[in-house]
Design a protein around this ligand. Sequence first.
Ligand code: 8YV
Length: 323
Amino acid sequence: MSRPVLIATGRPPEEALEALERVFDVRRLWEAPSLDALLADGAGEAEAIASFGKRPVDADLLERLPRIRIVSHFGVGYDSVDAAFAARRGIVVTNTPDVLNEEVADTALGLLITTVREFAAAERWLREGRWSGEGPYRLTSSLRGRTVGVIGMGRIGRAIARRLDAFDLPVVYHSRRPQPDLAYRHYPDLVAMAREVDTLIAILPGGAETKGVINAEVFRALGPDGVLINVARGSVVDEPALIAALRDGVILAAGLDVFAQEPHVPEELIALPNAVLLPHVGSASVATRRAMADLVVANLEAYAAGEPPLTPVAETPFKGWGL
Ligand code: 8YV
């Protein structure tokens, strides 16, 4: 029997690619001269998409692939996949929840500490010979006495909150709905929460609904000791407003793992001494990326075997693979 056709949008890790090729006829969009060229070569028959990398799986792409049944996305955030369109077409979208919770929460805490205690700048001070030449690195702000507002209290938000508990830092949160099983105070209004805290950690989904919600008004409410950590999506922050707030001392500092136009990072941000900037490494350990890739493959193998997907997203609950 011929293997079903699958389009991989970006290059999967080698082991994942090998696993996919055992089950599917894999067409490599990332290597093709164009989508048209790939389609002209029979990829229009594709029943599955493995969504790796930056290329969006949008309505334009899905419109051209009438037989697609599943989009298996590498990442817990699936704002680059048009899940609403997929739902209308009866396509199942899957993501990679849970396997990265602890890794991303570790990143959030590491970035918070690095930002507040200026460890990256202090390390540069040593490497540049300034400790021996000029003396100790300057005293920094502190985590002690801070109150943290977590924006988005999903599975990763909870893992971050658990760590903050262990650090003896009071936690409050803002999310669409309060979560009755949590003892932390819930704020339905983000600006109201920003007024009451001095530290924000963003771990909410990206997409149209959350675009630019962390804006100039939030920064003013957060105030001059304020620290913003973003391990969510660049789109949730009004980036020009953040640059202005950091430059003008409206807030103290920011630690950012994500940006509006990745991999482009605005020169103004790079120039700011009070911004710690990471190249979207939140989940980027060998072990966690392998677990994520395994889940992408397992969802696709389930499809090929006629079994239910492991991790369908909320917008596309599984109702069977038939049309
Ligand atoms: C991505 C992420 O998977 O899971 C997410 O939503 O942002 C990351 O872990 C990573 O950017 C893969 O390209």
